[in-house]
Ligand binder design. Structure first.
Ligand code: HSE
Length: 442
């Protein structure tokens, strides 16, 4: 068979170009258009059909985006874009868990379009409703870009690892927080100074609490939990603590003990239910998570057959996030259609949330009065709490009034740590509040 006849046959099997409507022309939207404009022939070859943009929408038509949009129809309302007859796939890059993004996605599904979105908040909070609606309409909703930017974690979990029972999934999934924590360590700067630097560099979300409060990363964790454990996304059940209380002191002391502090999300199914936590944790400095620098993300997946898989890459930014958007588009063009969270929405179990109870070692930092018997009182409280000490370090003292003491415990429960933290100030030998941080086994 000649190459010409192969080409004709291939073309005749496919229904023509896949037509995209892109709602939102910010960093990710323009990045997506750039990939399509730059790599059109390659995309068509890989997808088996041309991929074209027919229409776009954004808040501000006049904004200089440094690209030629003249071939695309313009809609000022994303819902109108979602209804257009010349759009096969509605790409939602507006963001926000309510309002226009949510409405436009529902309109698109109702109008028979498949949907690609980068909207983690929407999926973490309304994912079940959207998945059920999409499946009732016979449409797909794909969202590789919603979790960890350019890292192909959704396809890895729903595809390559689909034969595995997942024991645990965890990760550093907010690049801004990782930038702040690593910069604090490398420059020896306090949180407030580096937070301000991050703001100047444009790293922070419009509402910075989404980043530093751990909310953005928790949206991502809730999505991964759903896929990993076959449960409905349960963002409300994530125990969330941000990085605001991480001090340069703790970063330095943790480093002395061989650890780094990361905003780590962990989800695991236990006999009591689903544990999902997002909190600043210590991880060994020489572990892959401990080595993660700057705005990079990492996701670690543990499957019963495959063992541990570590994925690392850019968690945000134009190119990486648009790369993920386009991977979903290409799958739709190839007619790869999978249920939203990896199994039919009706089969997702309601998550049974459980408060974190999986034992771990803990790091504690106390400011101890420098007098005889003080340490004995601390050891006694820990003993009463059933906590065994693995390592302890007392630092020298300049003025003789108090000394920093670091304790690394053996594995213990969060309840025992809570009891100790509550009881320690009652000994009368510590100055200020004791600090505790979980040491996650990675
Ligand atoms: N604000 C996020 C981050 C990127 O810093 O990782 C978008 O999810």
């Amino acid at each position: 068979m000649s190459s010409q006849s192969i080409a004709n046959e291939t073309t005749s099997q496919h229904p023509g170009p896949l037509r995209l409507g892109i709602a939102g022309l910010g960093t990710v939207g323009t990045g997506t258009v750039k990939i399509i404009q730059k790599n059109a022939a390659m995309l068509a070859a890989r997808a088996g059909r041309p991929i074209v943009v027919t229409a776009v929408s954004a808040r501000d038509r006049q904004k200089n985006r440094d690209m030629d949009l003249s071939d695309y129809a313009w809609e000022s309302d994303a819902r109108a874009l979602a209804r257009r007859d010349d759009v096969d796939v509605f790409i939602e890059l507006i963001g926000g868990d309510e309002g226009i993004a949510r409405e436009a996605i529902m309109v698109a599904l109702q109008s028979g379009k498949d949907v690609v979105t980068a909207n983690k908040a929407l999926l973490a909070i309304h994912g079940q409703e959207i998945a059920e609606f999409a499946e009732a309409q016979g449409r797909v909703v794909r969202f590789e870009a919603a979790v960890a930017g350019g890292i192909p974690v959704i396809k890895t979990m729903t595809g390559s690892l689909a034969a595995n029972r997942i024991n645990r999934v965890m990760g550093v999934m907010n690049g801004t927080c990782n930038y702040i924590l690593t910069r604090m360590e490398s420059a020896g700067l306090p949180y407030e100074t580096v937070f301000e630097e991050a703001r100047q560099l444009g790293y922070l979300e419009a509402d910075p609490t989404l980043d530093v409060g751990g909310i953005d990363a928790s949206h991502k964790l809730a999505i991964l939990s759903s896929i990993a454990f076959g449960t409905r996304p349960a963002f409300d059940a994530v125990e969330i603590e941000g990085i605001e209380r991480v001090s340069i002191d703790d970063i330095r002391r943790a480093a002395d003990m061989g650890y780094r502090i990361k905003l780590l999300g962990v989800a695991q199914m236990t006999a009591r239910g689903l544990e999902q936590r997002m909190s600043p944790c210590l991880v060994p400095a020489d572990s892959p998570l401990g080595q993660l620098q700057g705005g990079t993300n990492m996701v670690v997946i543990e499957g019963d057959s495959v063992g541990q898989i570590v994925l690392r890459g850019a968690g945000a930014g134009e190119g990486p996030t648009a790369s993920s958007v386009m991977s979903d588009v290409i799958e739709i063009a190839r007619n790869v259609r999978i249920p939203t969270f990896g199994q039919p929405a009706a089969r997702l179990e309601p998550a049974q949330p459980a408060r974190t109870a999986v034992p771990a070692a803990y790091y504690m930092r106390l400011e101890l009065q420098d007098k005889p018997g003080a340490l004995a009182k601390i050891a006694s409280v820990l003993g009463d709490a059933g906590i065994s000490i693995d390592r302890m370090r007392q630092y020298g003292h300049a003025d003789g009034s108090s000394v920093p003491v670091l304790i690394v415990t053996d594995k213990t429960t969060p309840d025992a740590i809570d009891f100790a933290i509550e009881t320690l100030p009652k000994t009368g030998v510590i100055v200020g509040e004791p600090v505790e941080l979980r040491i996650e086994e990675v």
